[in-house]
Design a protein around this ligand. Sequence first.
Ligand SMILES: Cc1cc2nc3c(=O)[nH]c(=O)nc-3n(C[C@H](O)[C@H](O)[C@H](O)COP(=O)(O)OP(=O)(O)OC[C@H]3O[C@@H](n4cnc5c(N)ncnc54)[C@H](O)[C@@H]3O)c2cc1C
Length: 236
Amino acid sequence: MNELIQTEVLVIGCGVAGGTAALRLADLGIPVTVVTSAREPHESNTYYAQGGIIYKGAGDSSKKLEQDILAAGAGLSHPEMVRILSEEGPGLVESILLERLAVPFERDENGELSLVREGAHHLSRIIHSTDATGKAIEIALLNVLSAHPNVTLLTGVTAVDLLTPGHHSRNRLSVYDPPSCVGAYLLDQASGRVVRCLSKKPCWPAAAWGKFSFALPIRPVRAAMAWPWRSAPAPG
Ligand SMILES: Cc1cc2nc3c(=O)[nH]c(=O)nc-3n(C[C@H](O)[C@H](O)[C@H](O)COP(=O)(O)OP(=O)(O)OC[C@H]3O[C@@H](n4cnc5c(N)ncnc54)[C@H](O)[C@@H]3O)c2cc1C
């Protein structure tokens, strides 16, 4: 790996969140560098997810889905995030997983998607690929990403810190500037070296970002465009 990587967008993680964010950007013609700390690119929670993923059932609506999620969350779910998920989730499943990736979900004899009811859902709205839904999604995603001309996929590369100018400036008052992030320090596991990656738009999708103690909602394109920042600047 080079001592310095420069990229338009850095995406950390290539589970379903990072992978779909990278794909949406790459499809728009934007060069994306995707890094994963795993040696094998598929190694992620996504790969091991079993049951299925929410789509939409007969007579379904975003309001019904929202109510089911809020009830299951027992007061702990962020209402605005639930509303966004309910309104945008099924459409993204359709455009990304069904149309763009053609994930082989189960279908009945008429070719219709097999919808099942799980957990706290009040109607059948879950689509699945036998009992290895995440594996089917992750493999379809990686097949497309690894062949995409706008995607560079690096494995065995761990993001260890963010490049936040306010925290590295010689001007101690910079910590009070509006927070910004211009990339990350990446550990190349093979060589043991830490390299800088400068990007115009860093992106920490869900689980990978969780390692930095923050979670972005699952809204691939907007998540990818977000500039995450440290939640609390250090005192000067
Ligand atoms: C056994 C199991 C069953 C599940 N069943 C279901 C189900 O039926 N339905 C459902 O909706 N959900 C299910 N889930 C949950 C679902 O798998 C996750 O919510 C989803 O896969 C999260 O996707 P993600 O892309 O955010 O994270 P992940 O798939 O975990 O991807 C995280 C990525 O970030 C990378 N990464 C992490 N830290 C770093 C770092 N510091 N530097 C570089 N890379 C890093 C990882 O290597 C990986 O590529 C299940 C999960 C498990 C484990």
